[in-house]
Design a binder for this molecule. Structure first.
Ligand code: GLP
Length: 242
């Protein structure tokens, strides 16, 4: 595992965007796995700036979703499909035909999860997966004690994660869905390159457990230690406990 400490969130965004830009230069139809949350926004902004300046052509790139709320209509502004359309696809000029994601509204959610794992495999696998990290060490929506070999499946959110995400639902935790679909940790580990980005002092404990703790299900992100090509990009506040 490679750990890169950058001065601030903007520098982290630029670094990861540059890695994505170089990948797209080598492989214009690369499959980029993307995360939601506040942390990756500087990445998407920096990559979109490269597209606007003509330095990067993302028109053939494909985007794969990491996780999704169960039961939110796809056009709900906080469904992760909507969020990614707004924050990633539109700024990069990628149409929905380049988008892969699970169906959070499926009647048979378990079948939708299995179908998404198949879709990812049939698409050739994720080339670069960008991950954020929850304050409890979760990646995607794999909460602590998720199996490190897990596949895409339905999960129940912890109260802490629902509270953390209430800010996207007018601060009202009751509006945050209880159930989600998430790529499993085993699924995530199949990406060819994992890039975890963490910024801010609130992530310092989770980053220390990820990088220096044991590989253990209590810290799902520690599974990155098992991956042959994992990069952890942290700003100085998030690196404070390393
Ligand atoms: C959610 C997402 C994760 C993300 C996490 C951290 O739980 N499912 O993929 O990493 O939030 O979000 P933030 O970057 O806003 O702290």
């Amino acid at each position: 595992m490679e750990v890169v400490i950058v001065p601030d969130a903007a520098a982290g965004g630029e670094l990861v965007a540059e890695a994505m830009a170089q990948l797209l230069g080598r492989r214009p139809d690369a499959l980029l796995g993307v995360a939601t949350g506040s942390t990756p926004l500087p990445v998407y902004e920096a990559l979109a700036a490269k597209v606007r300046s003509g330095a990067v052509d993302a028109s053939r790139a494909r985007i794969a979703q990491l996780d999704e709320y169960v039961g939110l209509p796809a056009d709900h502004p906080e469904s992760y499909r909507s969020v990614l359309r707004r924050e990633v696809l539109e700024p990069l000029g990628i149409g929905m035909d380049g988008f892969l994601g699970p169906d959070g509204t499926a009647e048979d959610v378990r079948a939708a999860c299995a179908a998404y794992d198949r879709t990812l495999a049939e698409a050739g696998g994720v080339d670069l997966q960008l991950l954020g990290i929850g304050t409890d060490g979760h990646i995607g929506f794999n909460e602590p004690c998720s199996s490190l070999a897990s596949r895409t499946r339905i999960k129940t959110l912890t109260q802490q994660t629902r509270a953390d995400n209430a800010r996207f639902f007018d601060g009202d935790v009751d509006q945050v869905p209880h159930h989600v679909i998430t790529q499993g940790i085993g699924t995530i580990l199949e990406a060819r390159h994992l890039v975890l980005l963490a910024t801010g002092e609130g992530k310092a404990d989770a980053v220390a457990a990820t990088v220096e703790g044991p590989v253990a299900a209590v810290c799902p992100a520690s599974a990155l230690q098992l991956h042959p090509h994992a990069t952890v990009v942290v700003d100085e506040p998030a690196a404070a406990k390393l």
